[in-house]
Design a protein around this ligand. Sequence first.
Ligand code: CDP
Length: 229
Amino acid sequence: MQTGHRKIIIAIDGYSACGKSTLARALAKRLGYVHIDSGAMYRAVTLYVMRHHIDINDADEMAWALSKISIHLSFEHDQQVTWLNHENVEQAIREPSINEFVSNVSTLSAVRKEMVAQQRRMGLAKGIVMDGRDIGTVVFPEADLKLFIIADIDVRTERRWMELQAKGVNIALDEVKANLLLRDTIDSTREDSPLKQSVDATVIDTSYLTPKEQLQIALDLSRSIIGKI
Ligand code: CDP
């Protein structure tokens, strides 16, 4: 674990199921930092919207819904737990039905404004690794280290399918692939804060890297920056 006071902000962005959260969690653990999976927050908003049958295209209805939503993140054994209005929704937000709709909800500026404000407050103390789609471009454009994670679509499909199988969710490989591709398209073509590589980000292709190898690359980059400040 890294000690001392020179804490930095690390932003990790990339496409769905590239291994961002796995890398971010492991990196934060090794550095003694906090890991925030920002996607969980968009997933929690989506869960609320679906449960309450909110019409996301109705601005007033959406504003009302946002005023009723309180999202809180806690940490148990280094794992983030997501709370929606004091209910633990960590499992519910990973369901395929959420995957189907989360990118549509995430296009809405009203939603993004709320989430980004909350995410920025989390970074005030530094010592944070946050992963998402717009972390290096919008949430922390001043981040000390920005990583942009990519991986082959078939590798990503297989990884996400295995994750879902392990959770007992039965779904065809083709369906998983179609959802990843659709979300990539919506996320990178939306008007507000589209997913794109920040010019100052380092790209890591995780297709043929083990989690240990990708962690080592990120650790080396982090330590070289921490050593300089
Ligand atoms: O785990 P996975 O890569 O499948 O997705 P996630 O990180 O949980 O994010 C779910 C969805 O939330 C993404 O497809 C985006 O539509 C949205 N998202 C976003 O718009 N901005 C972020 N900073 C994080 C997620």
